[in-house]
Design a protein around this ligand. Structure first.
Ligand code: ADP
Length: 267
């Protein structure tokens, strides 16, 4: 491929020698575009709920407040959009913290069953609301290399999506599959699945397979970007596979921590 290289000569040191600094301009331009798109997306995403809140508040002030049934509807819209705005801001702060290296990680050996227990607690209310059965299948002694809070957030995001996009009354499973030197933690659902054209893109910020549907469900479009950022910060990777006959299997893979060999008996 054609790569443009910008070469700059910088005077260096007392000897007056020069050092060549080469920047890959193509990459710099690409990152610049990504940044600009992100700022444009953020502005758009923030403006939408603000406009809705404003319009509904104005309607109330113009007289709707005197009709209780109508007032309730307008206030409901105000409340839902304020909540959405709050979630958006909190997700954006998470992303910028992670990207600035300010999300303090303590990488350690984590018991997956312990992490799964906190995840179960965090998602129990969403599961109950959609009558979803949440199953966990993890070998009790399994340990991975990661940060407890980050891994919990990753798995909660994936399970919340599985519950949200999967059918009401469906089943969502959290399963750990041991590999050679890694553990693949899978979140399996029975939802519509992710088409092959979207699979490589769903982890991008603000990428949505079905924008209307996702916004309607209160999604910010940032959940999977957070999943990817946090997992990579723990040295792992993420992906999504289709399931038969339907559904998706979102997975994160982290380094396996082998249990310490028992101390050899003293002779
Ligand atoms: P959102 O807040 O919109 O859910 P995410 O970053 O969590 O944003 O997900 C990005 C998009 O990927 C969603 O808008 C949705 O279209 C799709 N998606 C995520 N998880 C699932 C799933 N389990 N099943 C089907 N589609 C999903």
């Amino acid at each position: 491929s054609l790569r443009q290289l910008m070469v700059r000569a910088t005077p260096q040191g007392e000897s007056g020698g020069a050092v060549l600094v080469m920047h890959d301009v193509t990459e710099i331009r690409r990152l610049e575009t990504v940044r600009r798109d992100f700022v444009a997306n953020v502005s758009h995403e923030l403006r939408t709920p603000v406009s809705i809140i404003q319009a509904n508040a104005e309607t109330l002030l113009l007289g709707a407040i005197d009709e209780p049934a109508a007032a309730r509807r307008f206030l409901d819209a105000v409340s839902r959009n304020a909540e959405r705005l709050g979630q958006l801001i909190s997700d954006l702060l998470d992303i910028s913290r992670i990207e600035a290296g300010k999300y303090k990680m303590e990488l350690d050996a984590l018991s997956l069953t312990a992490v799964a227990r906190s995840v179960s607690r965090s998602v129990s209310e969403s599961c109950r609301r959609r009558e979803v059965v949440f199953g966990v299948d993890i070998a009790p002694e399994l340990q991975v290399h990661g940060d407890a809070r980050a891994l919990e957030q990753v798995l909660v995001n994936l399970v919340e999506n599985a519950v949200k996009y999967g059918p009401e009354g469906g089943v969502v499973d959290l399963v750990a599959v041991e590999q050679d030197t890694a553990v693949r933690i899978e979140v399996r659902d029975e939802g519509p699945g992710i088409g092959p054209d979207h699979r490589s893109r769903v982890f991008e910020r603000f990428y949505r397979v079905d924008p209307g549907r996702s916004r309607h469900m209160g999604g910010t479009g940032l959940g999977l970007a957070i999943v990817k950022n946090l997992t990579e910060a723990m040295g792992g990777d993420v992906g999504v596979d289709p399931r038969e006959p339907r559904g998706s299997c979102f997975w994160v893979r982290l380094r396996k921590v082998s249990p310490k060999a028992p101390e050899a008996d003293a002779p």
